[in-house]
Design a protein around this ligand. Structure first.
Ligand code: SF4
Length: 209
């Protein structure tokens, strides 16, 4: 059944929850999550705010349910980490879900999915994300937990003693985005399997011709 068949009150609630408290980044801040993927998309996202589809809103809604119910069990939760770029006057920020009170503590990010049965490993970009959260928060262990409404799967993520090379890789993405924005053109496309679902596909193709 498509989500659009849900009663309108439920659809409105999903949209309201999904868009409530949306973080608006300051002009000189880049979102870590955006830099892990295609920076052309990140550039479009910063300039062209598109309305959320019901499916996208539902994905955010589902994630927020878990975030609210699970992260709040931990004292250290929903903290923002910020990295100041060395080469441009911008910062890179992101929000981790929680740090467990285990000994040693484990920085944890929750991901929700339709069905964890089909998740064999944590997406590589998500691994990079938690590595950088952990490194910036000075935590030596990290994990990603995938959850659906009936099951869960935990994937430990290896944290290296020096994550500066990874941070530099992400900063390079930030620099490319910064230069493109300065010059007023979209950054180079970074094609991947995600392009078919990209909400900026039409704009991207228009610039690529
Ligand atoms: S279609 Fe692909 S290359 Fe183009 S902006 Fe979207 S993700 Fe990037």
């Amino acid at each position: 059944m498509p989500l659009s068949d849900l009663p309108i009150e439920m659809q409105q609630h999903i949209w309201a929850v999904a868009t409530h408290g949306k973080h608006v980044p300051s002009p000189n801040t880049y979102n870590l999550t955006d830099l892990l993927h295609c920076i052309r998309k990140a550039g479009f996202k910063r300039k062209l705010c598109k309305p959320l589809s019901l499916e996208s809103a539902y994905n955010i809604f589902r994630g927020k349910i878990y975030d609210t119910k699970c992260s709040s069990c931990f004292t250290d939760n929903q903290k923002r980490v910020t990295y100041r770029c060395e080469r441009i006057p911008h910062s890179i920020t992101g929000l981790y879900d929680f740090i467990t009170s285990d000994n040693p503590p484990v920085l944890t990010d929750l991901k929700t999915t339709k069905n964890v049965y089909f998740t064999n490993e944590a997406i590589f970009e998500y691994q990079k994300q938690v590595r950088l959260y952990a490194w910036n928060a000075s935590v030596a262990h990290a994990q990603i937990i995938y959850m659906d409404f009936g099951d869960a799967e935990i994937f430990p993520v290896k944290i290296y003693s020096d994550e500066k090379p990874l941070m530099r890789e992400i900063e390079q993405q930030a620099v490319a985005l910064y230069i493109a924005e300065k010059n007023g053109y979209p950054p180079c496309p970074q094609y991947s399997g995600l392009c078919s679902k990209c909400e900026y596909k039409i704009e991207c193709e228009a610039y690529s011709q």
